[in-house]
Design a protein around this ligand. Sequence first.
Ligand SMILES: [Zn+2]
Ligand SMILES: [Zn+2]
Length: 199
Amino acid sequence: MVKRFVSELLEENTYVVELAGRVFVVDPGEGASSFVEQIAGKTRVTVLITHAHADHFCSLQNLNYDCLFLHRLEKVSLMSPEKHLGNYLDISSLDVKSHQICELDDLPSPWSYIHTPGHTPGSVCFELKGDILFTGDTVFSDAIGRTDLPGGSDEKMRSTLTALKKHFAENPHLNILPGHGPESTASKILVRNPYFRAL
Ligand SMILES: [Zn+2]
Ligand SMILES: [Zn+2]
């Protein structure tokens, strides 16, 4: 159901999810468009972005998509190469038409989201109810995302991790699919990830 593509740029993960005849793409990273096309064919995809850093959406303009879901606090960064780090990553010409942006409250079931600020103000984790959590750059298998980039906050990250710790304890079988690196599970992260152990 979920297929992963790893980009060369920053080894970011692109996830393609097939659900009830629809194809969803979580964080379309560098060079991911042909991978997505192999799965989706001519079907229009729906895109979910955990946060607006360019490494997590730079394939967007090459995708045939109907809707782009991201937190409203990330919309500004989507258009700003200083904020989405496109300048730094040498990706400056990103074309996102505002009418293609959809509100997170309109996410189709069984998708839901958790607002997880810290890495960026509008970072979110996307959940496929009780089964998979796509954590972007908020939580990795053995680490967490940086808080020293524009819009990052140590304090917000601490509250986010506290809330996620509770969520992980209540859903130990949740598969954790991060924006970079290997997948894990909620129970493994609680035991092995030093940032959760230290809470
Ligand atoms: Zn990031
Ligand atoms: Zn990243």
